[in-house]
Ligand binder design. Structure first.
Ligand code: ANZ
Length: 792
């Protein structure tokens, strides 16, 4: 028998599958569909990393399994190819991002093919292709027509190193998620999607989804629903007022000052009444360079009192001082707070520093309120007629009493989608000579990205420098018309790509109605947990918005979601280019073959846990494949009686594990079966069944052996093996537990139970405990498959 030669086999089958187009969905309406989706990669110059290899292997396995079970599956992969890294690389190397993107994608395709992933690359989806972004732009225009997108000039997150605006979700601990530079607030005009219209749906609809609990929780926290009240404070002697948002209206009698965010427009309006304007203005300037994170977490509270201005507490007509301080954010609530130092820690620290009154209005059993605020609820005191009332009741009653309004606030902001960068989808908007924004009509989509652009970032949108874009605009719309020169955040492109997969070449629609109906929503989505806030939230918003305007008829895109863990190096450190500890999938495929690499990344641990890279174990996988290869020698007329039950158990177990995404245990069960099977004989059919079980995991070697035992059609198009329930069932026996020779308990267990296991079961058996507790066990008698007798 010839030796197992992974290289020769893998190359030959990959070629064969490609020629036969085995990757295509059948679109056979009699079959049920199963849509398993990968988070598509950004095609970076470094190529595929092990994390990709891991998650794409898992989905490839599950898709192959589903196909063998008779489902129609979709094998589309795409590339999230717009974005800053390609542009930054272009700046560095002076190559157009289009070129690098093309090259990188070709490399990814090569790598994915070499890993045996059955993607239909002839139908791949590339977000930077005009045929794709035409539809990104189309959806933008539909959002525009339905008032789901609008333009405003606002303080947005600004990264001065990337020279572009960022969405809140792209700010990590106050820094730019790309370059880690501190993010500041800058007032820039830009386009926003009304994601906040869907805040409640985005929270409530999580209920029906099979997603990891922590991902759901993170989304809920990010949306940050907060129930409170809006209460108006008047400014003394001036015909002006402002509203505060508070979650603790019950503490209104304890307010001893108020604070406006430095950016609050009211501050400018009060300019003439503010006696220390110079100082105020300086503070406002200083705030501009502070990140939101700094402001929220800032150790030392800072601020300036607005001299000459007093506000009136609506509850008791008391006059209070007014401050500006950066701990109040302009973007949350009303950008103004009533400060209750006795019951809010930030207010407490501020009051200490500025020597302001601290007045308790909620009774607490806790002592020591002098050192920090008591933030709990309780009964009211020092609150006039509300004394003695509970916090909960007082929140409503006091709001009513002062003519306030119960209100729900959200932390979620509308999604800022304008980027002052080059490599993104152009925003299909033009401006009339009067400055009015108008949609580029559909017949002009795709509104193509001009190529006559120098992309060195200056803070000005690179598209401003394109003559071609301006000329195109004037030619279509007339003299004096100008194009929008910002591009769309790349997260816009990735918010709907899964809707394109079923119909990637359609030039009449982003996806035909028929295909939408057949394939969506996605049944299972697998990808990294780092996408909790951005991609997953944005994609859910897109689905809801598109449903609202009738483009699709479902409101959640991903019914089931799982995250894969990270691949760590042998020392347990995350693999990264900067640490130089990356294991390149190409080298591994070259040395051990795709089948071994695939088995290894799946075997290393449960999919959702981190795995540690250990090269010795991949050698172990190679040996396993050699054993499968050799197992062919055990093929004879009949399967040995002894292993028939084991085979049925194996079929059941591997199938169940695949359904439950327990791919590591499926492999280990196959390994132990193969170990025991080598001393028995297997019929051709049963050997074929073993190959079938392994086929999704190791598609090449199994195809080869399948053909060698005389089959003509691909193993991957064969039916998933069936098992016989009677064989697959573990036989149970009634096992006797005695204490001092007397029957004290009877348990149902498997016949193979060992003495140790039996003793453990016995000691934990409630009926036995009372006989042995506190006594010395002198002796234990164990009779296999029958009884255990504990002598005390
Ligand atoms: C008075 C008060 C008294 C408050 C008290 C709390 C405790 P969440 O739960 O996050 O919604 N706040 C309101 N707007 C703010 C802004 N723009 N910047 C910073 N802080 C702001 O928090 C709501 C609470 O955060 C509000 O309730 C307000 O302080 C503060 F014993 O009002 B509270």
């Amino acid at each position: 028998m010839k030796e197992y030669n992974h290289k020769e086999i893998e190359e030959r089958w990959q070629k064969n599958w490609k020629e036969k187009r085995t990757d295509k969905a059948s679109e056979n309406k009699d079959k049920k569909k199963c849509y398993i989706l990968d988070m598509f990669p950004y095609p970076s110059g470094e190529g595929l990393h092990m994390g990709h290899a891991e998650s794409y292997t898992s989905t490839d396995i599950m898709r192959r399994h589903k196909k063998m079970q008779g489902f129609d599956v979709l094998n589309i992969q795409g590339f999230d190819s717009f974005g800053l890294p390609a542009e930054n690389y272009a700046i560095k190397t002076k190559t157009h991002p289009k070129e690098t993107t093309k090259k990188n994608i070709a490399n990814y395709v090569k790598q994915m093919t070499s890993l045996g992933f059955s993607y239909d690359f002839e139908n791949k989806v590339v977000t930077s292709d005009p045929e794709y972004y035409k539809w990104t732009q189309y959806i933008f225009t539909q959002f525009f027509k339905n008032d789901l997108v609008y333009k405003k000039t606002d303080f947005i997150n600004w990264c001065d190193s990337c020279k572009t605006g960022l969405a809140n979700e792209q700010v990590e601990d106050g820094t730019c998620e790309r370059c880690k530079n501190e993010v500041i607030k800058k007032e820039v005009p830009g386009w926003f999607f009304r994601i906040t219209d869907f805040s409640d749906d985005l929270i409530n609809d999580l209920d029906g989804l099979d997603w990891p609990e922590y991902t759901k929780k993170n989304q809920i926290n990010w949306i940050g629903r907060s129930e409170g009240s809006e209460i108006e404070f008047k400014i003394k002697d001036l015909d002006r007022s402002f509203k505060v948002f508070t979650t603790r209206a019950d503490t209104l009698f304890g307010a001893t000052y108020c604070v406006l965010a430095p950016e609050n427009k009211l501050v400018q309006d009060l300019k003439d009444s503010i006696e220390n304007w110079n100082e105020v203005e300086k503070y406002i300037e200083k705030t501009k360079n502070k990140s939101e994170m700094d402001r929220i977490e800032g150790k030392e509270k800072t601020g300036v009192k607005l001299e000459g201005v007093k506000v009136v507490n609506p509850a008791n007509e008391e006059e209070l001082p007014l401050f500006i301080s950066d701990y109040v954010l302009a973007s949350y609530g009303t950008g103004a707070v009533m400060a209750v130092p006795a019951h809010d820690q930030r207010d407490f620290e501020f009051a200490k520093k500025f020597r302001l009154d601290i007045r308790e209005v909620i009774s607490s059993d806790e002592k020591n309120t002098k050192e920090e605020a008591f933030v709990g609820i309780g009964n009211l005191l020092n609150s006039g007629k509300f004394d003695g009332m509970s916090s909960e009741e007082a929140k409503k009653k006091i709001t009513e009493f002062v003519g306030g309004e119960l209100k729900i606030n959200y932390r979620l902001r509308d999604w800022s989608v304008s980027r002052q960068r080059y490599w993104g989808s152009p925003i299909p908007i033009v401006y009339s000579p009067e400055g009015e924004a108008k949609l580029v009509p559909e017949e002009h989509l795709p509104w193509t990205l001009p190529e006559d652009v120098d992309f060195v970032p200056t803070g000005e949108a690179p598209l401003k420098k394109s003559k071609e874009l301006l000329e195109r605009t004037e030619k279509i719309f007339g003299k004096g018309w100008t194009p929008e020169t910002d591009t769309l955040d790349t997260f816009v492109c990735s918010s709907w790509y899964y809707l394109r997969y079923p119909d990637p070449k359609n030039s009449e629609a982003f996806c035909s109605e028929e295909k939408l109906k057949r394939w969506l929503p996605v049944d299972l989505y697998i990808g990294g947990a780092e996408h909790t806030y951005m991609h997953l939230l944005y994609a859910r918003f897109f689905t809801k918005a598109m449903k609202k305007i009738g483009l699709i008829d479902f409101s959640e895109p991903f019914l089931k979601l799982r995250h894969q863990g990270m691949v760590l190096d042998a020392k347990g450190v995350k693999m990264s280019k900067s640490k130089g500890n990356i294991v390149n999938p190409d080298d591994m495929v070259d040395r051990f073959g795709a089948d071994a690499v695939r088995l290894y990344v799946m075997f290393a641990g449960p999919l959702d846990e981190d795995i540690i890279w250990n090269e010795n174990n991949i050698v172990g996988m190679y040996r396993f494949l050699e054993r499968i290869w050799k197992l062919k020698e055990s093929v004879s007329e009949k399967t040995s009686e002894e292993i028939i039950p084991e085979l049925h158990k194996l079929i059941k177990k591997v199938g169940d594990d695949l359904d439950n995404i327990k791919l590591n245990t499926a492999i280990s069960t196959m390994m132990s079966f193969v170990n025991s099977a080598k001393s028995f004989s297997l019929s051709k059919e049963d050997y074929g069944s073993v190959l079938k079980l392994l086929a999704p995991f190791a598609p090449h070697i199994t195809e080869e052996l399948w053909m060698e035992i005389g089959n003509k059609d691909s193993i991957h198009a064969s039916d998933w093996p069936k098992y016989n329930e009677d064989f697959a069932k573990d036989k149970k026996i009634n096992f006797v537990i005695q204490v001092n020779g007397k029957l004290r308990s009877l348990i149902e267990t498997n016949p193979d139970i060992t003495g140790e296991e039996a003793r453990e079961l016995a000691e934990n058996d409630e009926k036995i405990k009372k006989w042995i507790e506190g006594k010395d066990i002198k002796k234990v008698i164990f009779i296999k498959s029958r009884l255990i007798n504990i002598i005390v």
